[in-house]
Design a protein. Structure first.
Length: 557
């Protein structure tokens, strides 16, 4: 009897609760999608979501890079609040065997919904850490952050995962260590003297080799697939990854169709390396990048078809977005452009507060609840998903400080203005720019305190280093700051001056006050080299470390 009484309130609690299917693409440019202005790449399924739902035109990522943007997305808070910002050149999790990641004390929307009776799943990319102190503690793992089910990449898809595609992880350091190791071998082999100099050379060679080994084995160490907390493929077979991720996402929806669920489908596309799926290879007008994007659209169509075929459309909020803007600098002579197109917006991935790196597609579909074809031009954020999902799941329990706002009033047309008067844009841990949407005004002012230096000079990105950096000689500080009005100048091409903008002094004064209030709330320690670098005792492994290796049995998939 007691079991019945426990179950009945839970059943009543779950009545009329909507399902959530959140689909996030990696490195997709806002200019890549048809409904955002692209007329040369075919994206009919994404465009259909927009025509049947609500399209956001000023949807903003909290950071222009994967790890900090994704941590902000699932927590509803700027990355610095959970310690996911970083100093120096490395701004993302680089090794699965690093100790850094989303702290166990953080709260995600998955954890909140799990407490409300939802079954929660993450299929695809995580990139927010795995272990803290020893292999298998899984303190940063999705299962510890509210996801009942996880299948996918605990890291991400990097060029290092595919032979012949080049290097992504500290490529210059890899090359230097390789050269040092070879040079020392050349010197050491004929060195027969048994004295202090030979011992010193041997120790130097060993030290260099020890640091180089993790890079040699990156495809084994980083490029793995996990199901929940078990490594099921190491290294992963990239060629079949899209089909497997799609199948897992579809199966999760089918398994949970009779009770409230949340699926975060975090695609491996469209980060490099590009996939070579035969059904899409050579079919687009934009080389392998276009092929991959049209494959993304097909995948989105299959997920939508799954939801609709199960009769779930009227009770399911579907969401489509990118984690940040396209990677402008990523290209080579053989493949051509491998990064996205950010339309009219300046900059891209890793370029701080420039619009091209943070303005992303944002589409919501919910037939019967959201009006078809609606467009919202107000500032919104990826961080808004957390409070929106809480609201729809009827979660009224107290929470910590959030930086996002419930989007439903905007999406349903019950509110005309966004609650985001100010938005803060980061480059690493450094506050790069501030957006101000003054009450009673259509203007949206953007104040840049510093901007990354493009290289070579005159370029539109950091082609010399592949990723723009946020500190020292890599940036230019502006006194007074650069100021733009995004309402009249969305491409940030005409900086305002006291002569051209009567409110110039007020803009600087109001943003300075907002920055002071914002900074007073930030206390968390940030990612450091000691948390990022590889530690063998933290390495996820199937088999006996260091002899890791296994393949997923796909016969039953």
């Amino acid at each position: 009897i007691s079991i019945i009484f426990v179950k009945v309130p839970m059943l009543l609690l779950n009545l009329n609760k909507p399902n959530f299917v959140l689909m996030m693409v990696d490195d997709l440019g806002i200019g890549d999608v048809g409904c955002y202005g692209n007329d040369t790449i075919r994206t009919p399924n994404i465009d259909r979501l927009a025509s049947e739902g609500v399209k956001l035109t000023q949807h903003i990522a909290a950071a222009p890079l994967c790890t900090p943007s994704r941590s902000a997305f699932i927590t509803g808070r700027y990355a610095l609040r959970s310690g996911m910002g970083s100093t120096g050149r490395v701004q993302v999790v680089l090794f699965l065997a690093g100790s850094g990641g989303l702290p166990p004390s953080e709260t995600t929307f998955a954890k909140r919904l799990q407490q409300q009776g939802y079954t929660t799943g993450l299929v695809g990319k995580w990139h927010l850490g795995v272990n803290c102190e020893y292999r298998g503690d899984h303190c940063h793992h999705p299962n510890q952050h509210g996801f009942s089910y996880f299948y996918g990449l605990p890291f991400t898809l990097f060029n290092d995962c595919v032979p012949g595609e080049g290097r992504d992880v500290l490529a210059d350091l890899q090359e230097t260590l390789e050269q040092l190791t070879m040079c020392q071998l050349i010197v050491y082999v004929p060195f027969h003297r048994k004295d202090h100099a030979r011992v010193h050379l041997k120790n130097t060679l060993l030290a260099t080799a020890v640091w180089y080994v993790p890079f040699i084995l990156l495809p084994t160490w980083n490029c793995i697939i996990m199901r929940n907390q078990e490594v099921i493929e190491q290294p992963m077979t990239v060629e079949t990854l899209p089909q497997r991720l799609l199948g897992e996402a579809q199966n999760f929806i089918k398994r949970n169709a009779d009770h409230p669920f949340l699926l975060f489908f975090s695609l491996a596309h469209i980060h490099t390396p590009m996939f070579k799926t035969p059904a899409f290879a050579g079919k687009s007008r934009h080389g392998r990048y276009g092929d991959n994007l049209e494959e993304v659209d097909w995948i989105i169509g299959k997920i939508t078809e799954t939801v609709d075929s199960l009769g779930l459309a009227s009770n399911t909020l579907m969401y489509f977005a990118s984690d940040h803007g396209g990677h402008l600098e990523d290209s080579d002579l053989q493949t051509g452009q491998k990064g996205g197109w950010n339309g009219i917006y300046k900059g891209g991935k890793a370029m701080g507060g420039w619009e091209g790196g943070i303005r992303v597609p944002g589409i919501f579909r919910w037939p019967g609840r959201l009006a078809a074809g609606k467009v919202v031009d107000e500032p919104t954020s990826l961080m808004d998903l957390y409070p929106t999902l809480k609201y729809l799941a009827k979660d009224t329990q107290p929470d910590r400080q959030l930086d996002g706002y419930n989007l439903m009033p905007l999406l349903e047309g019950k509110a005309a203005r966004s609650e985001h008067e100010f938005m803060f844009h980061y480059c690493g841990i450094y506050l790069n720019a501030v957006r101000w949407h003054p009450p009673g005004s259509d203007s949206i002012f953007k104040v840049h305190f510093f901007t990354p230096n493009f290289s070579p000079p005159g370029a539109v990105g950091c082609y010399d280093t592949k990723v723009c950096l946020c500190h020292g000689e890599h940036v230019t500080h502006h006194t007074p700051p650069l100021v733009y009005d995004l309402f009249h100048d969305p491409s940030e091409s005409r900086p305002l001056t006291p002569d051209t903008e009567p409110r110039f002094a007020e803009i600087l004064e109001q943003t300075a006050k907002a920055v002071e209030r914002h900074k007073s709330t930030l206390t968390n320690e940030q990612m450091t080299w000691s948390k990022i670098l590889w530690r063998p005792w933290l390495q996820p492994c199937c088999g006996t470390f260091p002899f890791c290796g296994c393949k997923e049995d796909t016969a039953q998939l």
